[in-house]
Design a protein. Structure first.
Length: 138
């Protein structure tokens, strides 16, 4: 998981509401629930996606995590007019957060299984080494 996804996975709805404003958060949440966020890509400091809005063409959305916090860009008219986080940005933020949380939940059991298998292998190697020391060569 990337630093951006890690950071977003820790944000509660309340934290996102503070960042985005209540109205923008709720509208973004509605978009996320309607599954209109597509082609989500996440790397260390950036997330991108396409969000279906009122126009026939989806809006291109970018989120960046940097020294100034979370910054965004959207091709929708509202963002072009105000330069502030819009509902499409909110939808992408919520989607990335939820995907990161889901990945963390599914990753934990696999990591635990892998650690348990590593421990079993270590024990088998140790047992095999003890047997070779005890049993005479044939």
């Amino acid at each position: 998981m990337s630093s951006l996804a890690d950071a977003l996975s820790t944000l509660s709805d309340r934290g996102l509401r503070r960042l985005l404003g209540a109205r923008t958060f709720l509208r973004g949440l509605d978009y996320e629930k309607r599954k209109v966020v597509e082609e989500v890509g996440v790397n260390e400091a950036t997330a991108t996606g396409r969000v279906k809005g009122s126009d026939p063409e989806p809006y291109e959305v970018t989120i960046r995590l940097g020294g100034e916090g979370i910054t965004s860009h959207c091709t929708c008219p509202a963002f072009q007019k105000t330069g502030q986080h819009c509902k499409h940005v909110a939808a992408l933020l919520i989607t990335v957060r939820n995907q990161a949380r889901c990945a963390a939940k599914t990753r934990t059991p696999a990591t635990e299984r892998a650690a348990a298998l590593d421990e079993q292998c270590r024990q088998l190697r140790a047992e095999s080494a003890r047997r070779q020391q005890i049993e005479p060569a044939a």
